[in-house]
Design a binder for this molecule. Sequence first.
Ligand SMILES: Nc1ncnc2c1ncn2[C@@H]1O[C@H](COP(=O)(O)OP(=O)(O)OP(=O)(O)O)[C@@H](O)[C@H]1O
Ligand SMILES: [Mg+2]
Length: 228
Amino acid sequence: MNKEIVLSARNIHCSYGSADSSIKVLKGADLTIKVGEVVAVTGPSGSGKSTLLHALGLLERPEKGKVFICGEDGWALSSRKRAELRNRKIGFVFQFHHLLEEFTLKENVMMPCLIAGESDEEAGKKAERLLERVGIIHRASHFPSRVSGGERQRAAIARAVIMKPDVILADEPTGNLDTDTSAEVEKLIMELAEEGRRSFILATHSQDLASAVHRRFFLSSGILSEDE
Ligand SMILES: Nc1ncnc2c1ncn2[C@@H]1O[C@H](COP(=O)(O)OP(=O)(O)OP(=O)(O)O)[C@@H](O)[C@H]1O
Ligand SMILES: [Mg+2]
């Protein structure tokens, strides 16, 4: 496999429900992402953007199809190996940020490092550097419910990149943000991609965000197509 390719998905099918009343959400999606590329997946609500990200991120097994992360066939691995691959290579920003409410922003950002076995001191230093980088170091000791939506989203992005993943999957990273705050988060994502040669796959309703990225895909009626 080409070394420059970080993620490649082949013929992804996903459906929900039981055999007699199932809905087909994805009908054979293909996608190839190179190092440092930022791509957007747009499509109406319910078209399957989150479903696609969960399959690509090795969180929910597709009915059919393969997902290669840095050349490794993610869904063919044992669940332990798959979790390892996910932790090393993939970062997530979930649709509703998913910060842990009982932890401060700094603790939330540190969490992946602690889970990976790093010391408090080491993880704390990294988290502080990143909070500084994303512009919310002054909110490090605040709890998610006590900061703005944009600050929560920056913390979620910092948490997603702290393990230096090759690809970050971000589900509506600018959802629920006002225009100016969205523009700032969008700028941050593009800068983080360039600085770290990181790839991002963004699911978004925002035409502004979609127009800022390198490549755009559209999801409709279960079919993923690239805008040329
Ligand atoms: N766990 C589930 N069980 C059953 N159906 C589901 C489940 N998750 C999603 N769906 C259905 O699958 C379809 C795709 O959902 P998905 O959340 O992927 O869409 P989306 O494009 O992310 O939408 P949005 O833009 O609103 O976030 C929808 O019809 C949804 O109702
Ligand atoms: Mg969604």
